[in-house]
Ligand binder design. Sequence first.
Ligand SMILES: Cc1cc2nc3c(=O)[nH]c(=O)nc-3n(C[C@H](O)[C@H](O)[C@H](O)COP(=O)(O)OP(=O)(O)OC[C@H]3O[C@@H](n4cnc5c(N)ncnc54)[C@H](O)[C@@H]3O)c2cc1C
Length: 305
Amino acid sequence: MVGVQVDGARHRADLVVACSGRHTRFLDLLAERGFPAPEMSAVRIDLACGTRVVPRQPDDLTRAVAIEVDDPAQSHRMGRMVPAEGNRWIITLGSFHDDAPPIEPAAYEDFARCLPSPLIADVLARTEALTPVLTYRMPTSRRRHVERLDRTPAGFLVLGDAICSLNPLHAQGMSSAALQAQALGRAIARHGLTSPQLARAFYRQAAKVVDAPWRLAAAADFADPCADGPESVGTGLLNRYLDMVLRACRTSIPVARQTLRVQNLLARLASLMTPAMVVRVLLAARRSPAAATNPADREAGSPVG
Ligand SMILES: Cc1cc2nc3c(=O)[nH]c(=O)nc-3n(C[C@H](O)[C@H](O)[C@H](O)COP(=O)(O)OP(=O)(O)OC[C@H]3O[C@@H](n4cnc5c(N)ncnc54)[C@H](O)[C@@H]3O)c2cc1C
């Protein structure tokens, strides 16, 4: 790889980094030129979202950082409301497995009304939306195992969603891409911009970055029995434990705080599995009013709210 061509103009480059997202075609083009294609893991989620922006009134949930409403044990539907600059809310309603939120405003509000809390529907009911409902679908979360490639072209690599594209509801893709960019910086400092070892060294580091969000997202996605795909080793057990962690978040501030740090890629997944944390999680999950999403745990008598 010697450079790029943009709008007909050629630019030489020592290194081309393709951040062309989930639908990148570069890896397919390389495969057509005789380089191995990376293996891919995918989890079928059939996510459908509808987002609209509404004004935030001065007395709207004044202390709220963000609102998330779902009950995975009962329904595939969820809603999220995040404050944005300029006194606005970004509202996203979504569902998995063929239950897309409608785009017609009244039906959209009805969809919000079906959620376990009326908070989002109430905000929709008392404001004039600033945008129409914008829709997005994602059939699968997927990961390309670039770290397993035994041959890569010199002077070229991919980064970001091109490596791992996660269920956006877990909100980890940008953090993952940023951490990959940091890992690339370190790999360049160590091996040099033009080293033939650079891509493989970077891909090994990128795999470490991606591993935690991929496992977390896949674990959460597999909590839904309709999710389909090859589970990584330990995912079933991890799912059951994370299900408990999420229930424990309702009754334990230390568990909730550490879970948020892990979800936002500020702490390692292993930090939720230290002996002290496991004890906290077990005790707090028993007190939690939230229902277990895992049928085995429900049958075993975990509290159902
Ligand atoms: C609905 C939705 C909500 C999300 N919410 C969050 C969130 O809250 N938090 C979070 O962390 N992440 C979120 N994500 C994920 C996040 O957007 C992605 O993980 C992140 O943008 C990935 O960055 P990227 O640069 O790898 O790819 P992208 O942001 O997809 O950028 C790729 C760019 O490359 C361009 N491109 C593609 N092919 C070519 C080509 N041949 N030539 C030139 N340009 C090309 C594309 O047009 C695009 O602009 C969300 C994603 C979606 C879809």
